[in-house]
Every structure is written in structure tokens, then in C-alpha cells.
Design a protein around this ligand. Structure first.
Ligand SMILES: Cc1ncc(COP(=O)(O)O)c(C=O)c1O
Length: 462
């Protein structure tokens, strides 16, 4: 490592390279983490993050919860804790899960983790040998990619549509893998307000997925950070509640309903799996922070508090989602389509296939705006023409301005392509048409966007 510690020089790398484990050669960094350094620059409007807006958490409430915790449990908060988690925290977790319809969770079946992210890592650590198959969605959570790659998994991605994972394609894939003598170690899914897809798995798909898991005795990792962040529509049962706990490993987290700074998540898993994950966690960090586990326990014990805060977050994010949808209709060219999420933090945009969003990002950063390029959500090179946009973290004016700037750089590319191919359209365009619905992610504006945009919100030029 160079003395400045900032970057490794070629010579540094050479010096250490022989020591690296072979798995490091296939380990990939999360694109979002890489982007965070750039997007922290104050002049950049970042629609790239996956951050909840923690500025909404009242400082007086933070002080109150901390003071109560100090008065009651200072010594405990400063002490090590059991690897499986503290009893008070597990009780709160059972309460939160019940609020989403997963009732009767036995705290013995819970492992408190350092964020939901650690669940993904521990599940891989427990189940995956190099070359083993993991089934994931296409796109999948970009933050899972470093875990999948660190354990050298062979990730097979199944397409999403407006109703979540295409379970028909899943079955075909499982048949094919079976014929090859390969049995996936688990099926990874984000059923609610998918990150990054923005879609939600329908009830029939959930039922079918759970039946497939039971029939074939396959494990499912249900990653559910966003289920309670629903802006509209009726909640759907979790896979864990449909399955009853034989084949579903459930991942929960306080990151999006309270605060990611706590770094508290959890797994609910069949006992034999949970025990192995517990041992894996002992090697990783002994236990998750006692202080933040107790903070969470204290916070959730205030009557009505967590629900009220959650409701306020849903109101805020619903408004920001709507601003983003309006801005997209106004500033993105007709060639673009996007998902219309009913909750969560993200929407997914698909552009014409001649646009590569990794290249586009470089251009967007010159305009001080950022997004996550779609390729970050694939392990097989797909997703080049897509992007993830976050609407939870920035205010309305910045959402509008950020989308406007991205719209501009997309337009440049569309124009450029038009010039190259001789299909260039004059600016401004002819009367805009209702855009085609993205066949892949078609919880996509069923609405006539152009009519929306006609209401004084500007026209689209392409
Ligand atoms: C789908 C998904 N899973 C897991 C996580 C990890 O969350 P945390 O470790 O903050 O609980 C995230 C965070 O954005 C996520 O979007």
C-alpha cells in the first residue's frame, strides 16, 4: 500500500498479488459503493444512492431514545452480546414482522445481524461452495453482487416483469439445471418494491414460488427491506408466511423503516441453517452492536412511535416518487420506459439498446448528476441500457433538476444516434405519442405520459 494510503500503485499490487486468495480475482466491488465517493461531492445531485432520508428523524426523538437507553441499560449497551442477538431486539423484530402479516415468529428462529447485508453474506457463507448455482432475479440487488462473487457462485438470473420474477422461466431454468445435474443452493428474490426493478411480486407468483421450493426442496432467500414502505395498494403475504418456515430464509432490516446507521438486520431461517449462520457470524463479528440493538428495542417500545414515523416516510417518499414520475414524463425522450413502483425507494428506467448507461454516467457526472448504471444489477453483462433512479434521498427540486440533466444527456445520445443512422428527428418533435410499455418491466406507465406532460410541464424533444 502506498504511504498516502489513497490508492495502490502498480508496484504495491505486484508486491501483494501473490498473497491474495484466488477468490479475490473474481470479487467485484459494488457499483453503488464505488459511486458513493463521487456522489458525496456537494455539487452532484445523486439519484444513485439507496439511502433513506435520515434527516427526517427528529433529533429530540434520537436524544430521548438515547437518554432512556442510558438510564436503563448503559452497562449492557457497552457490553458484548449473544451472537444470535439480544432478547429485547428479537421481540421487537417479531412485532415488526407481525405488522407485515408474518405472525407467530419464534425469537429462537431469529438471528440478529449487522444489517440485512450480513444475511446475504452469511447465507452464502453457509451454503455456497465455488461454482455452486444461485438463482437471482434479472436485475438483482447490486449490493448482493460482491457477496455472490466473493463466494464464487455461478449466478443464474431470471427475468422480472411487472409481477416480479418470471416463475415460469424459473421452472424452465430449474429443469435445465436438473438435467445438467446442478441443484441451486438458493433462489434469491426481493418480492416487494424490488431494488432495483421497482416491481412487486404478485400473489399467484408468490404462491407458485413457494410451491416450487417445497416440491423441489429448494431454499429461497426472501430479501424484504421495503415491504413496510408501501405507498399504495394492499400488502401481500411474505413468502415466509406462505411457506411456514421450511424452505424460506427471511431477511429483514431496520435500515429503511428506522435508520441504516444502526446496522441492524435479521434472518429468520430453518433451525439447522440458522445454527450454521450463527457460527459464520461468530467468525465475522461475534455479535451485532449491543448499543444499536438496544436503541432499536427502546425506540420500538414507545407506543405508536415507529408506525407514525413509518407513515411519515411513506408520505414523503410517495410525494417524491410522484415528482420523479412527472419529471421523467417531462424530460425523458419517448424512447425511454420506466417502472412505476408502489413503494420502496427506486425506479428502473430502460433506454433504447444503442445507449450504454455506463458511458452515459460518465457524461452525466460532467453535468453533476448520478444514477446507477443497469449493468451493476447483472452478473452476466446484461442491463447495459438501463438505469436505477432513487427518489427517497433528494428533495423535489433536485429530483426535477437531476432528471432534467439526465434527460438532456440521453437526448444527446438519441440525437447522435439519429445523426449516425440517418434517422435523426427534427427538434422539437412531432406530436408525441403514448410510449410503448416496456415489455420486461411493464408496471410501467400504463398512462399516456405525453398527455400528462402537456399540462404545462414542458414538451419532450428528442
Ligand atoms: C434489497 C436489499 N437487500 C439488502 C440491503 C441491505 O440493507 P442493510 O444492510 O442496510 O440492512 C439493501 C440495502 O439497500 C437492499 O436494497
Amino acid at each position: 500500500m502506498s504511504r498516502s494510503g489513497a490508492r495502490s500503485s502498480a508496484r504495491d499490487l505486484e508486491r501483494y498479488a501473490k498473497l491474495f486468495a484466488s477468490r479475490t480475482s473474481v470479487m467485484t466491488s459494488s457499483a453503488m459503493r464505488d459511486l458513493m465517493a463521487i456522489t458525496e461531492r456537494p455539487e452532484v445531485i445523486s439519484l444513485a444512492g439507496g439511502l433513506p432520508d435520515t434527516s427526517t428523524f427528529p433529533p429530540e426523538l434520537f436524544a430521548k431514545v438515547t437518554a432512556q437507553m442510558a438510564a436503563k441499560v448503559t452497562a449492557k449497551a457497552l457490553q458484548y452480546a449473544p451472537t444470535e442477538g439480544m432478547a429485547a431486539t428479537k421481540d421487537v423484530i417479531a412485532e415488526v414482522m407481525a405488522a407485515e402479516g408474518t405472525v407467530g415468529i419464534d425469537p429462537e428462529d431469529v438471528l440478529v445481524t449487522t444489517g440485512g447485508q450480513q444475511v446475504i453474506d452469511l447465507v452464502c457463507k453457509t451454503l455456497v461452495d465455488p461454482g455452486d448455482v444461485i438463482i437471482a432475479e434479472a436485475p438483482t440487488y447490486p449490493g448482493a453482487v460482491p457477496s455472490f462473487s466473493a463466494y464464487q457462485a455461478d449466478v443464474v438470473q431470471i427475468e422480472l416483469d411487472a409481477d416480479g420474477m418470471r416463475v415460469d422461466l424459473l421452472e424452465e431454468t430449474l429443469d435445465r439445471l436438473e438435467a445438467e445435474g446442478r441443484r441451486p443452493k438458493f433462489i434469491y428474490t426481493i418480492p416487494n418494491f424490488h431494488n432495483p426493478g421497482g416491481v412487486t411480486m404478485s400473489l399467484p407468483r408468490r404462491q407458485r414460488l413457494v410451491s416450487i421450493a417445497r416440491e423441489r426442496e429448494l431454499l429461497v432467500l426472501e430479501d424484504n427491506p421495503y415491504g413496510l414502505l408501501r405507498f399504495e395498494g394492499e400488502p401481500l403475504p411474505t413468502l415466509r408466511s406462505l411457506d411456514g418456515g421450511d424452505f424460506v430464509i427471511y431477511l429483514g432490516t431496520f435500515s429503511k423503516i428506522l435508520a441504516p446507521g444502526l446496522r441492524i438486520g435479521w434472518a429468520v431461517a430453518p433451525r439447522p441453517v440458522l445454527q450454521k449462520m450463527n457460527v459464520g457470524k461468530q467468525g465475522a463479528d461475534l455479535n451485532s452492536s449491543s448499543m444499536t440493538q438496544l436503541f432499536a428495542a427502546e425506540y420500538f417500545s414507545i407506543p405508536g412511535q415507529w408506525r407514525a414515523y413509518l407513515d411519515s416516510l411513506c408520505d414523503l417518499y410517495r410525494g417524491r416518487r410522484d415528482v420523479m414520475l412527472e419529471a421523467l414524463a417531462e424530460h425523458f425522450p419517448p424512447e425511454a420506459t420506466w417502472s412505476r413502483p408502489h413503494g420502496g425507494l427506486f425506479l428502473w428506467v430502460t433506454l433504447p439498446d444503442y445507449i450504454d448507461t455506463t458511458d452515459l454516467l460518465a457524461r452525466a457526472l460532467q453535468e453533476n448528476v448520478a444514477f446507477v448504471p443497469g449493468r451493476a444489477a447483472f452478473l452476466d453483462g446484461r442491463g447495459a441500457s438501463s438505469m436505477r433512479l432513487n427518489f427517497s434521498m433528494v428533495g423535489d427540486a433536485d429530483i426535477r433538476e437531476g432528471v432534467r440533466r439526465i434527460g438532456e444527456v440521453i437526448r444527446e445520445q438519441v440525437e447522435f444516434y439519429g445523426t449516425l443512422t440517418g434517422t435523426h428527428r427534427a427538434v422539437p418533435p412531432a406530436a408525441p405519442e403514448v410510449p410503448a410499455v416496456d415489455p420486461g418491466l411493464a408496471d410501467v406507465l400504463p398512462l399516456p405520459r405525453r398527455d400528462d406532460a402537456a399540462g404545462g410541464r414542458g414538451s419532450n424533444s428528442a
